[in-house]
Design a protein around this ligand. Sequence first.
Ligand code: GN1
Ligand code: MG
Length: 350
Amino acid sequence: MMGIPQQVLAAYGLTGSDTVIKAFGTGLINHTWTVEQQGKKYILQRINTHVFTEPEAIADNISRIAAYLAEQAPDYFFVAPVVARNGRQLITIAGDQGGSFRLFPFVPGSHSKAVATSAAQAFEAARQFGKFTRLLAGFDARSLHATIPGFHDLSLRYRQFQQALETGNADRIRESAELIDYLEAASHLVDRYVAIQQDIHFKVRVTHHDTKISNVLFNDADKALCVIDLDTVMPGHFISDVGDMMRTYLPTVSEEEQDFSRIDLREDMYHAIVEGYQLEMGEELSSREKQAFFYAGQFMIYMQAIRFLADHINNDTYYGARYPGHNYVRAGNQVVLLQKLNALQQKLDR
Ligand code: GN1
Ligand code: MG
């Protein structure tokens, strides 16, 4: 496990011998810990600066959003980072063991869920992500930094995938022929994205870009309290948020599942996401946007499939691999998911 430099704990006054630190969560990119001292609990995160090359951009986005919400929606529950002793919300330490760290208060009585187990939970989560974007409808989304430039730009992701096919591991490319063929044949999904980008009826909004259920805090009565993990909040389209909910809440198993026969889709989750999101965003969305709910799911699943496969072909330099072929399996999982979603198009795309 990656350690936490002493200077980081010192910056927050958490160096006492009674401080208890535990690894937390399952994110692929950042490292997260819980830190407990004298009955007070925090979440500490180390930002992966290979991925988020400008952590100060994240800090700036979050401060500006926090200030806007405090003024325009003072009752909205927003979990702001703890300010360190030096007045900053990011502690950057040089060197191998260093990185950029920030601390959040642990919200008392809250919990997060690794997976969505009921449609009611999906509804609650979708509502929270919709509410977040709705409350920020008056905020100039384009003024936010793109914390990962081109993060959900499907054209860029497709070009990166094509690039991997040109310069990547030749053995892996050969062995992946079936997945590559399928994904190339489905590139009309990229064309639709290009059309959306050019469509003035698709507004650029403040979008979360990482709407997995573990990024929602719930209370003991299973009501959602707020959204967390705002690193990828940046200008985007609503299909990113709705689509990643579909990608991660619809299937009965996660992207890690190796036995693809266990991948089944839960239609009630689909309706819960659409209803929960629309309850908040219904008035905001244009009729063209409302016609893109089903596409949102295809868009995000397809993008994740090409990202996993490109990473496999590039020798796992982005996501890492815990076993040989890990990202190949993840990509295959996402392709099965996409096929299962496509099979429901007649029924759900209305
Ligand atoms: C990464 O780190 P985590 O698990 O929150 C990735 C997402 C992917 C996800 C797939 C910055 O998110 O885009 O959907 O893995 N985040 C980044 O599990 O690349
Ligand atoms: Mg994340």
